[in-house]
Design a binder for this molecule. Structure first.
Ligand code: FMN
Length: 143
């Protein structure tokens, strides 16, 4: 099992979040959500053949630890990250078998913002989601 994978949710491929990741984790695998086709969550949990959410999850399963990297857009995680988090719902429903394989993985969160004006509350959705899915939250850090 490889060590860690960074999930970058920037909307700006060569922007500040990507540069931060290159600086902090020069030798780690990182993926950009913007490079994948990810449909919005729907209650039937049926998606088109083009949808690549599970492709991301299969990649993530190769690693012990997930580092979520999000720019701060309006005091929150980016909307791409939120779409990804909504899609995690599939992993406790129609794709539960795959979801179980995520259990126990370690999770960290980093942000990239202009103001660095946000406190610990920012990380609440990450912490609660991670705990709910039985992953292991190891903390968040603002940059
Ligand atoms: C739509 C939008 C909303 C933003 N909202 C905030 C904000 O609430 N607080 C903040 O400090 N910076 C905010 N910023 C600035 C970005 O967080 C900052 O420039 C970040 O480093 C951008 O990373 P990126 O180049 O990967 O998109 C915002 C930028 C955008 C484009």
């Amino acid at each position: 099992m490889e060590k860690q994978i960074i999930i970058n949710s920037t909307h700006n491929k060569d922007g500040k979040t990507s540069k931060l990741i290159e600086k902090l984790y020069p030798n780690s695998k990182s993926i950009k959500l913007i490079d994948y086709k990810m449909e919005l969550y729907n209650y039937d949990e049926i998606y088109s053949e083009d949808d690549e959410f599970l492709e991301i999850i299969h990649e993530v399963l190769k690693y012990d630890k997930i580092i979520f990297a999000t720019p701060v857009y309006w005091y929150s995680m980016s909307s791409l990250m939120k779409i990804f988090f909504d899609r995690l719902t599939d992993l406790i429903g129609s794709e539960e078998k795959i979801g179980r394989q995520l259990m126990g993985k370690k999770v960290e969160v980093i942000t990239s913002s202009n103001g660095n004006h946000l406190g610990e509350n920012f990380f609440l959705p990450f912490m609660e989601t991670v705990n709910y899915l039985h992953l292991e939250y190891e903390g968040g850090k603002h940059y």
